[in-house]
Write a protein that binds this ligand. Structure first.
Ligand code: ATP
Length: 239
């Protein structure tokens, strides 16, 4: 499915006023001395509610660094990162963690599931932590498990799941609380073609339904058409 940009709709770099995620002139240097790498080099990015942005580009071009900075997991060397109106770079660590919990969902490439919890419990845990574990959250967990094709395996723990199944649980977990900003790293890397298509359509549909600002990093060129915009990262710069 293609979602072309309707005439008059601002491009990602011109929606600054409405943006719920906004990176301004972000540079990230990693390592020290001779080993130092400029992972991000003056990156600007704005994503408005309800927009689905895909970022692609060669290995090592800075895509994961972009998500880490946007999600407040890494502090840039220079520049600002506004999420829901607050510059993450000005916050103390505990404030940043709290802000992240309230506003950002993060889907890691390797799901980062807790070994002792079943698939359903993985989804319910963030709702529990947020004090929102009610009947509606349980219903939504079951709906999302169904949407990612995991209903039959909802009571399994991570070691009883395949890599692709874990990846789908990780995505459903991030969607449960319908975050304002959703950052997704390679959501289809362990999935077959048909499943990859279903998953990216689910992301597009949830982005619209909950007015989420979604940024998906991917190497998978076959799923790019589900996004509203595609940007390419090269040598730490977005084009
Ligand atoms: N901890 C680190 N210390 C030094 N350099 C690092 C560190 N982490 C990443 N880099 C370098 O920063 C650059 C950007 O890495 P990043 O992981 O953001 O790229 P990527 O586009 O996500 O790559 P891939 O598609 O392979 O996951 C690369 O040159 C990488 O080698």
């Amino acid at each position: 499915m293609t979602h072309p940009t309707p005439a008059g709709t601002p491009a990602p770099d011109s929606t600054a006023a409405a943006a719920v995620l906004r990176l301004t002139d972000v540079t990230l240097r990693l390592g020290t001395g001779q080993q130092q790498v400029t992972a991000l080099d003056g990156v600007g990015l704005s994503v408005a509610p309800g927009r689905f942005l895909a970022v692609t580009g060669p290995s090592g071009s800075g895509k994961s660094s972009l998500l880490a900075v946007a999600g407040g997991l890494q502090t840039p060397t220079r520049g600002s990162v506004h999420v829901a109106g607050v510059d993450l770079t000005t916050l103390k660590e505990h404030q940043r963690t709290a802000h992240r919990r309230h506003h950002i969902g993060y889907v890691f490439q390797h799901a980062n599931l807790l070994a002792s919890l079943t698939a359903r419990e993985q989804l319910l845990l963030p709702a529990h932590v947020a004090g929102r574990l009610d009947a509606a959250a349980r219903r939504r967990a079951d709906e999302l498990l169904d949407a990612v094709g995991m209903t039959a395996r909802a009571d399994r723990r991570p070691h009883q799941l395949s890599g692709g199944e874990r990846q789908r649980v990780g995505l459903a977990r991030a969607l449960l609380l319908a975050p304002e900003v959703l950052l997704v790293d390679e959501p289809t890397s362990a999935l077959d073609r048909a499943r990859a298509r279903e998953i990216v359509e689910l992301l597009a549909q949830q982005t619209r339904a909950h007015r989420t600002a979604t940024v998906m990093v991917t190497h998978d060129t076959e799923i790019l058409d589900a996004a509203d915009h595609v940007l390419v990262m090269r040598d730490g710069r977005l084009t």
